[in-house]
Design a protein around this ligand. Sequence first.
Ligand code: GAL
Length: 412
Amino acid sequence: MKRITTILLCIAVGLAVLGVPAAVGAVTGKLEIVHWWTAGGEGEALDAIAALFESLYPEVELIGASVAGGAGTVAKGVLQTRILAGNPPDSFQVHAGMEVRGHILAGVLEPITDLLDPAVFPKAVLDLCGYEGEVYCVPINVHRPNTLWVNKEIVDELGIAIPTLSDFDVFVAACEKAKAAGYVPLALGEAWTVNHLFGSVLLGALGPDGYRGLWDGSVPFTDPGVTLALERMKTLVGYANVDHAALSWDAAAQMLVDGKAVFNIMGDWAEGYFKAKGWEPGVDFVWASAPGTRGSFILCIDAFGVPKDAANKEAARAWVKTIASIEAQDIFNPVKGSVPSRSGADKSLYDVYLIWSMNDFATSELVPSLAHGGVLEALAGDIGDIINIFVTKPDVAGAQGSLNRAAIDAGL
Ligand code: GAL
């Protein structure tokens, strides 16, 4: 523990030099936080921000209540049970967008508008964190789900050119090449990662306006773009590992590290994972927009709020206030594989991929995430079920009919 104390002291001194506001008043007690950051990269990122918080609030005992399962598939259920029982954690990981909106409308969270400076957050981000003029969660990052990850050594060996991989047909040709050489072309994981992939494929097939229209009802799921997306999905899954249903997202990413698979389409928490495994961006792995999605940036924003029934509200408020600071975001995001959700970043702390992502975030069409709380939750769940049935039994017309019914059932 002495080592930890020394680290905390160094952070505290460093922060004082950086001018981070000191914690005001003595905040004490336990602070329990529910999250699902248990894999490589995301675990280290959480540790880093926890160390910062503990240095600012040494009298608070931070308890990370982790619930493994990427995209919060398991954590969300655990959280809901606790909320219904009137026993929420003091704070919890939640996606900005429709996911947090559900908690706001259900009266779970309290406004925390006074804890951040709205001027430093892009309006597009802050709008997803609030409702009717109040902010209900603090965004810690911005992830980019529509990213294609590439094992550099293998594509070099196979003579696959990287810059054009975002074109769907070029990507398919590259998958053919990889397959012929005995590699798994596309590493894929369990059910939610199939839905995640489908989000990028829909975006690629419909373009940003058409894709957005799916979620507000202005584009029906009977659209020919959805037919194209299902056909593309069928093609892509044909290049995936057959055991994908049994693999977590990080186990699928590991297939690239192990040199078994060439590509993976995953959010850039995979960047954090690759780095945690000792891979260097631009050297061991490279990236491109997921096929068909160049010029669009799917938003996946992790945030934390303060439940009305939190046992230690004061500590929860200290936690969200801390993560709103650029110092905290500059400690967390370079490890996590995400970019800050606010201005003021020290760009020298960010690697070549993250600078690319920052620029892309600033210049691209921003669209919501299907698998990470960006769209109506019930519809996203139904689409996840339909697309997972589809990949085992690829009936394009049948799946499209089911998608259309799900959208109608969701009120679109
Ligand atoms: C996402 C979350 C990311 C990352 C990923 C895999 O939903 O926003 O931060 O944790 O799941 O677990």
